[in-house]
Design a protein around this ligand. Structure first.
Ligand code: URA
Length: 434
């Protein structure tokens, strides 16, 4: 096969076979096909799109460019959740131990934050000692002992995606549905899961700005997963305002612990419970959504879910006493409230501005090798629809530098809008595909 003939075929809108895709992706992974030919191919896919069959083949080939975790020795259903990312999204930290104590295994391989989107690994690493770089053997051992483990992508997991994603980032080919689907699904399915639930977010703080694009992405992800023999579900959820009341790494872990203790904010619990219930339904642990919710609520009320989180933290080397004593987390040196400039109702909390505020505080990174500050961020975020009086606290900034505090404050002023009438929040869950 000749690489430039395959590029030509895609450029002219024809469908590529699995054999051609395997030749091209494997060649790129080994270095036989250079970056410039892969860039041309990515651009051809960007403009011509791909059929579902092609997207499934591309996913399959990228997934098999490295190892697939062997979870068969666990002998219970394996299920994971993937979110397309947002601001204040700490759902994974709550959902993994919660679902695990209902009888499924959750082998979760997560990513780091980039741009305004936070990353589960960065959040977990704010727990002193927590290791995200377990070997595959250690990963399976933690899963066997406590039913959930959250780690980072290993060198051998979907290496084609690692290389291709970096190339797409600098060749303006990230926003292509087939490339996004193959990228997400190749990594997730390499975890060795039976089922997957997706949280596809739309809005100001999400990767997909429009609800229609989020629906299209969700449908394609679900269809490709099903073609690959997996049980799939998806929720389309709102990310115009941040999820929960905190954004920033240590602050979000503390909020997740509050949720596992039964004291979580309504919006965060609604999304977490809906996604967890879908995981239990797909895995066959419960027959109805009501039964699943019932079981999940009981696991929180009994303290089992929080105990499971403690166990995972401890098995991965983390200081478990931080779960009971939040002062063990790194603390920011400056803590300053943001006050409502007038009375009324919170009409909007722009997740993009909140994400940018976290970025200037040092909680996020612009480049993959930026170092982050886990202590900084925002807490006490008011929610859309809250009634406030002039001078009420609508957010609290946690900073380590005066300059950063000032820059974050400018974003906060733009983030909040206050209205005379309660205009109500956008429904959190737009659609559930199961
Ligand atoms: N997340 C991924 O993992 N890959 C993409 O292409 C986009 C978002």
């Amino acid at each position: 096969m000749v690489p430039h003939w395959i590029i030509e075929k895609k450029r002219d809108g024809a469908e590529l076979s699995e054999k051609e895709l395997r030749f091209f992706i494997n060649g790129y992974t080994t270095g036989d096909i250079p970056d410039y030919q892969m860039s041309a191919m990515a651009m051809a896919i960007y403009f011509q799109g791909m059929s579902l069959d092609e997207t499934a083949s591309l996913t399959q080939v990228m997934m098999h460019s490295g190892d697939v975790v062997d979870t068969s020795s666990l002998a219970i259903p394996t299920v994971d959740k993937h979110s397309t990312g947002g601001v204040g999204d700490k759902v994974s930290l709550i959902l993994a131990p919660l679902a695990a104590c209902c009888g499924v295994a959750v082998p979760m391989i997560s990513g780091r934050g980039l741009g305004i989107t936070g990353g589960t690994l960065d959040k977990l690493e704010s727990i002193p000692g927590y290791r995200t770089n377990l070997s595959e053997l250690e990963f399976i051992e933690v899963l066997r002992t406590c039913g959930c483990s959250i780690i980072g992508q290993t060198e051998t997991l979907a290496p084609a995606d690692k290389k291709l994603y970096a190339l797409r980032d600098v060749t303006a080919t990230v926003p292509s549905i087939p490339l996004i689907v193959a990228s997400i699904m190749s990594k997730k399915l390499a975890e060795g899961i039976d089922s997957l639930v997706l949280d596809v977010k739309w809005g100001k703080g999400a990767f997909m700005k429009s609800k229609d694009d989020a629906h299209e992405l969700a449908r394609t992800l679900v269809e490709v997963g099903r073609r690959m023999g997996k049980r799939m579900g998806a929720l389309i959820t709102d990310m115009n305002q941040p999820l929960g009341k905190t954004a920033g790494n240590a602050l979000e872990v503390i909020e997740a612990v509050e949720c596992l203790s039964g004291r979580g904010p309504d919006d965060l619990m609604e999304v977490t419970m809906a996604l967890s219930a879908n995981m239990l339904l797909l895995s066959g642990c419960c027959e109805t959504h009501v039964d699943a919710l019932d079981m999940l609520h009981r696991k929180i009320e009994s303290g089992e879910a929080l105990d499971r989180f403690r166990k995972m933290v401890s098995l991965q080397g983390g200081d478990v006493s931080a779960v009971d004593d939040y002062e063990r987390f790194a603390q920011a040196s400056i803590v300053q409230d943001v006050l409502a400039p007038e009375g009324g109702y919170i009409g909007g909390v722009d997740a993009n501005h909140i994400g940018r505020a976290c970025g200037v505080l040092g909680a996020g990174r612009q480049k993959t090798d930026d170092v982050i500050d886990v202590a900084v961020g925002i807490s006490n975020l008011a929610k859309v629809g809250d009634r406030v009086n002039q001078g009420d606290v609508i957010a609290t900034l946690h900073a380590n530098h005066d300059e950063a505090l000032k820059a974050a404050m400018e974003h906060l002023v733009c983030a909040f809008s206050i209205t005379e009438k309660d205009e109500g929040a956008i429904p959190l869950i737009d659609k559930s595909i199961l």
